[in-house]
Design a protein around this ligand. Structure first.
Ligand code: APR
Ligand code: ZN
Length: 266
């Protein structure tokens, strides 16, 4: 399939403020399964997805019981993430940032691989498995700062915010949980500023993340939407994407980064 890499490279080099929105598809080549692809976590286990919709209401009802269940069950996703390293998809986006072309990555992923690959301006739209967040003041802490097992054994769950005494939860945003306000404000500001949006490795079925490319497209003038994905998505079908580069992000994004590097050096 002839992929218009040159046109995409041209658009990125000419852009004033290019940003990226990424999903689980950019981390599958690091060994982390996605959710809705052919061998995704939800594809293989729809019951697990149904249960995932109940987690946040348990936390709201009974934070102590939430934490006891959280600590007694190992998350499939977390076991994959702990072993994972960045792949060429992440490194290509980090390189585009270091060349001054890509200004921000808004990621739906909770695996921290964009920062591990060197990206600096990353917005974790669905939070991070490596952090805890206060539901009262929004403060975030490294999860490793807390000995959660000891807190459980001493009957001191849920963990308490050092800043305000509020209740801490994992920073990961659960289904039905609102996206933290600071994340929404920062993300909308990035979308407002962008003239190009790279949308990589997402099925774009989960809102409000899936709204971001649509918002970018509705701007006047509209941002240019460049989609890189193994399969067409709603924004491909609705014509929101100006370019649809079908294939692996681990193969396509490095080609784009190389093309931009060559152009900037010529
Ligand atoms: N290269 C390109 N695309 C890929 C690759 C790859 N190597 N691997 C998978 N994909 C595609 C899949 O075909 C699919 O279209 O990436 C997309 C991943 O979609 P999802 O699994 O739905 O992941 P995502 O869009 O990030 O899900 C959004 O849903 O479960 C929640 O909170 C979770 O953040 C997640 C949100
Ligand atoms: Zn607090």
């Amino acid at each position: 399939m002839n992929i218009p890499i040159d046109e995409v490279v041209e658009a990125l080099v000419k852009s004033k403020y290019a940003i990226a929105l990424t999903g689980a598809g950019v981390s599958t080549e690091s060994g982390i399964p996605d959710f809705r692809g052919p061998s995704g976590i939800w594809t293989r286990n729809p019951e697990a997805e149904r249960r995932a919709y109940e987690v946040y209401s348990l936390f709201l009802r009974d934070p102590r019981r939430f934490w006891e269940e959280y600590l007694s069950t190992s998350s499939i996703l977390e076991s994959y993430i702990e072993k994972a390293q960045p792949n060429p998809s992440h490194f290509a986006l980090a390189e585009l940032e270091s060349m001054g072309v890509l200004k921000c990555v808004i990621t739906q992923n909770i695996d921290g691989l964009h920062e591990k690959a060197g990206s600096k301006n990353v917005i974790e739209f669905h939070g991070s498995i490596y952090k805890l967040r206060c539901v009262d003041c929004g403060a975030r802490y490294p999860k490793s700062d807390f000995n959660l097992i000891a807190l459980r054994d001493e009957g001191k769950l849920p963990p308490i915010c050092i800043m305000c005494g509020g209740t801490l939860k994992p920073d990961v945003v659960y289904f039905t949980e609102p996206i933290p306000r600071d994340v929404i404000v920062r993300s909308l500001e990035e979308v407002r500023k962008c003239d190009v949006m790279l949308v990589c490795g997402s099925s774009l079925v989960v809102y409000p993340a899936a709204e971001l490319p649509r918002l970018a497209k509705r701007k006047v003038p509209p941002a240019l939407i460049i989609e890189v994905n193994l399969e067409p998505t709603p924004i491909t079908i609705e014509g929101i994407s100006d370019y649809f580069l079908q294939g692996r992000t681990g193969e396509i994004l490095p080609k784009i980064a190389d093309g931009v590097k060559k152009k900037l050096m010529s």
